[in-house]
Design a protein around this ligand. Structure first.
Ligand code: URP
Ligand code: ZN
Ligand code: ZN
Length: 470
């Protein structure tokens, strides 16, 4: 199968140039001016369009058990929605059950994804137990090596959610020390869960049960402290560390300070922290605030420009979604009268490129190249997928998006493809959208129509973290 994309404006993390792009089978075969049009199976005219590498969302939670329920998108509905928004790869999280085997978790998540995913996917492994009493007689450390050999080359550990996912500093240090040896990358949910737990209990005892108290009981200092501790432990272990869903300036300053010292500290933020605020949440009536209950919570508005600045200066390298949707009516409802029971998470897998294009590129906060870099190229490099994914180069997978920079649309639960009954960005106007989306050379979305098939997405065996590449 030969496909020619003609007359487009190619945008990568470093270049903008006019070129045609030839796809043979699943790979990019050539880029150049006026490529021959003979013997093509398909010719796509991209006049007036940007041609960009497919988005890579390195932080999603599909079909994830959490807070007594399960995230509303599974691997079929979630990856389909991702594709509509121009994302062609995700890295989701498998979870080691407490006392359970890491390899069993991998098998479970493979089963969830196989036959459903419509785009390619990798997996991180959430480690909850490396204790001597755990099922893994080797304290889980050999199991960490086993999953790395299967291409699961990053681990998430939680410094929050005591009694559920939180691990102690010893476990974090063990995991970091192991990744220093096996080349994997530890991703850290950095909030001081123990201190937050005390503040939360006090709030509930005082009858402060509304959704807003979820945000008010998780101070930025609890995030900054945990980021600092995570980086310190990584320094002792001589391992890199990647802070997930960084939400506040206080946390960002800790990352920046470490990076200035040459420490291998990296961080991502998410559209919700760049664009929504505590002040927005305070205005939401009744129980509506449950729609934006996720951890870390929304922060005071002034933090937003600091996060944008972090993206410009590369103290933040990636924007992921932390897509973890729960329906407002049936699932968020579990926490009416007690914010601690609201399942934590929000929907976003479909809207990341659109929101960052409108509020980043159109509003001149970042360049179009930086937009590609933070949503595709750097996630590919950070998580061992580059150059197969994350760029437009000869030999790379033909995962690409024909992006219409003038398409105007309004974000809404009525029209989005995520299986959730609300949008965090309801009514927001966006200029710029994915017109045509290709995954390994196959058109899977074209002008609002889905053309892909469940199960066509492949599991990606990722390489280990490449070292201090940046
Ligand atoms: O509230 C959130 N972020 N839910 C998903 C789980 C996590 O901590 O990433
Ligand atoms: Zn987290
Ligand atoms: Zn998450």
């Amino acid at each position: 199968m030969k496909t020619l994309i003609r007359n487009g404006s190619v945008v990568t993390a470093i270049d903008n140039f006019s070129a045609d792009l030839l796809i043979e089978g699943s790979k990019i075969a050539a880029l150049g001016a006026n490529l021959p049009t003979q013997n093509m199976d398909k010719i796509i005219d991209a006049q007036g369009m940007l041609v960009i590498p497919g988005g890579i969302d390195a932080h999603t939670h599909l079909d994830m058990p959490f807070g007594g329920t399960t995230s509303a998108d599974d691997f079929e509905t979630g990856t389909r929605a991702a594709a509509f928004g121009g994302t062609t790869t995700i890295v989701d999280f498998a979870i080691q059950g407490r006392g359970g085997r890491i390899m069993d978790a991998l098998e479970t998540w493979w089963k969830k994804a196989q036959g459903r995913a419509v785009i390619d996917y990798g997996l991180h492994m959430i480690v909850t137990d490396l204790s001597e009493g755990s099922t893994d007689a080797d304290q889980g450390l050999d199991s960490m090596n086993s999953v790395v050999r299967e291409g699961v080359t990053s681990f998430k550990l939680f410094m929050a959610y005591p009694g559920a996912l939180m691990v102690d500093d010893g476990t974090i240090f063990k995991a970091l020390s192991q990744t220093a040896k096996n080349g994997a990358l530890v991703c850290m949910h950095a909030e001081n869960g123990s201190a937050i737990d005390v503040i939360v209990r006090r709030a509930i005892a005082e009858g402060k049960t509304a959704p807003i108290y979820h945000a008010l009981t998780r101070p930025t200092t609890a995030e900054g402290e945990a980021v600092n501790r995570a980086i310190a432990l990584a320094e002792i272990a001589q391992a890199p560390v990647y802070i997930v869903h960084l939400s506040s300036n206080e946390a960002l300053e800790k990352v920046a300070e470490a990076r200035d010292r040459g420490v291998m500290a990296y961080a991502e933020t998410c559209p919700q922290y760049l664009l929504l605020s505590l002040e927005d949440m305070e205005k939401m009536p009744d129980f509506e605030g449950a729609k934006v209950v996720f951890t870390p919570p929304l922060r005071e508005k002034w933090n937003q420009e600091k996060l944008w600045e972090g993206l410009r200066t590369n103290n933040l390298q990636i924007v992921s979604t932390d897509h973890c949707p729960f329906c407002f009516k049936e699932q968020k409802e579990l926490g009416r009268g007690d914010f601690t029971k609201i399942p934590n998470g929000g929907p976003g897998i479909e809207n990341r490129l659109q929101l960052l294009y409108e509020h980043g590129v159109n509003q001149k906060r970042i360049s179009v190249n930086r937009w590609v870099e933070i949503t595709s190229t750097t996630p590919a490099k950070m998580f061992g997928l580059y150059p197969r994914k994350g760029t437009l180069a000869v030999g790379s997978d033909a995962d690409l998006v024909i992006w219409d920079p003038t398409a105007e649309h309004v974000l809404s639960a009525k029209t989005h493809h995520m299986r959730v009954d609300y949008s965090m960005f309801e009514g927001w106007k966006i200029r710029g959208n994915a017109r045509t989306v290709l995954s390994r050379g196959e058109v899977i979305v074209d002008q609002g129509k889905f053309l892909g098939k469940p199960g066509r997405g492949e599991f990606l065996k990722r390489a280990t973290y490449a070292g201090a590449w940046k």
